[in-house]
Design a protein around this ligand. Structure first.
Ligand code: NAP
Ligand code: GDD
Length: 357
């Protein structure tokens, strides 16, 4: 896009969904991109292999872990970036109930370690983006949620994100850092981890179409989320660091849909429209032959649920000129098509086989 930009960026969490899209965007804009990766005995770079393989890798990986401030200092000293995007986190809400202390340490304290490493190294002129979350609103007191909505976290992940949110604000105010929180609502893509509900549904639909499974077990079908496309959201992250002054912004579509509705769209796109029968634990979605394709399993309920999220992106629109490009329907279809193609080859073909079969 702009090969004249001569900046460098460090992305933590580069192996994740957002990190992979952001790395592509930054490279397109002429950045030198460093990606921090934690040590693992097996590779987790599938989403960025196209950027790191070959004779001239486009992204340079550096070892580091948000749990270890010494490694963060080394990464910052070695890379000396203009911009840091802190996307790394233990990002799964259910897991945060099983591992609350670990989640707090990585997702909450990890952000503080990064801020403190920047301060210790006198690198407070580096611009920092912190991946905050709509989960911080919890069961919100108002709808839609905006930058003014009180934070009422309902799970250890959200508690950790609130801690990081305030740490960023504190360093901004105390040390004059250009450090911002992007309060992003849920964003999905074909690269989404399969433990998150949208990808669990799209990959499950593909496996059903290809005869690899009969049904999908889900938790709260009534939960509503403001789902956008991750490729659109990394654009907002970048724009937030290009502003004249730092501010925290909500990034959302302004539409909300239930898990049940996501299922409806995904199955219909694959040629298996659902009808819902029963209630509560007995609710299930059946196809037109009467075969159950979705059922409820309490294993996927959370000890405390965030039932409804809907974002107000007015300030992001006004200050960044940002607006989502991909609609909810397009997002669902994109994800189902990608999983149909990956699972058995030929998304549209497989779906039409299903529709006629
Ligand atoms: P993701 O796919 O789960 O990726 C998380 C990344 O963090 C991975 O690269 C992971 O590395 C890395 N990581 C985990 N623990 C680490 C540690 N101790 N040190 C260094 N790296 C570590 O998450 P995502 O969906 O891309 O989300 C990106 C960020 O935005 C996260 O902070 C998330 O909480 C936040 N967020 C996401 C959404 C959304 O809807 N996607 C919405 C709001 C906020 P490995 O590959 O080694 O596991
Ligand atoms: N994961 C999952 N699995 N969720 C389910 C299931 C299931 O089988 N069945 C119903 N759900 C419901 C969850 O209870 C929740 O209400 C909703 O689907 C979305 O769950 P996830 O896709 O796991 O996402 P999340 O909203 O909890 O968290 C994601 O979005 C946050 C932004 O609001 C993550 O990406 C977080 O990292 C992010 O901050």
């Amino acid at each position: 896009m702009n090969p004249k930009i001569n900046k460098s960026a460090l992305v933590t969490g580069i192996t994740g969904q957002d990190g992979s899209y952001l790395a592509e965007l930054l490279l397109d804009r002429g950045y030198r991109v460093f990606g921090m990766v934690r040590r693992s005995s097996s590779s987790s770079t599938q989403r960025i292999d196209h950027l790191i393989q070959g004779d001239t890798p486009r992204v340079q990986l550096v070892p580091g872990d948000l749990a270890d401030i010494a490694s963060l200092r080394q990464v910052l000293e070695a890379t000396r970036p203009d911009e840091v995007y802190n996307l790394a986190a233990q990002s799964h809400v259910s897991v945060s109930f099983q591992m609350p202390i670990y989640t707090s340490d990585v997702t909450g304290m990890g952000a503080l370690r990064l801020l403190e490493a920047l301060r210790e190294l006198q690198m407070t002129d580096v611009r920092l983006y912190q991946a905050a979350s709509s989960e911080m609103f919890g069961n919100a007191t108002e709808s839609p949620q905006s930058e003014q909505t009180p934070l009422m976290p309902r799970n250890p992940y959200a508690v950790a994100k609130v801690f990081a949110f305030h740490a960023v604000r504190t360093y901004r105010e105390a040390y004059g850092m250009f450090a911002v929180n992007g309060i992003l609502f849920n964003h999905e893509s074909p690269r989404r981890g399969k433990q998150f509900v949208t990808r669990k549904i799209s990959s499950g639909v593909a496996e059903i179409v290809h005869g690899k499974r009969e049904s999908i077990a889900l938790g709260n079908l009534a939960a509503c989320r403001d789902w956008g496309y991750a490729g659109d959201y990394v654009e907002a992250m970048w724009q937030m660091l290009q502003q004249d002054s730092p501010s925290d912004l909500v990034v959302a579509t302004g539409e909300t849909h239930s898990v049940r509705e996501f299922c409806d769209r995904a199955f219909a796109h694959a040629g298996l429209p659902l009808q819902w029968r029963g209630e509560g634990l007995n609710e299930h979605g059946v196809d037109k032959r009467g075969v159950t394709r979705v059922h409820v399993d309490p294993e996927y309920f959370r000890p405390a649920e965030v039932n409804y999220l809907l974002g107000n992106p007015a300030r992001a629109k006004a200050e960044l000129g940002w607006a989502p490009q991909v609609s909810f329907g397009q997002l669902v279809e994109m994800m189902v098509d990608a999983d149909l193609a990956a699972t058995g080859g030929g998304g549209a073909q497989a779906a039409s086989r299903c529709a006629s079969g």
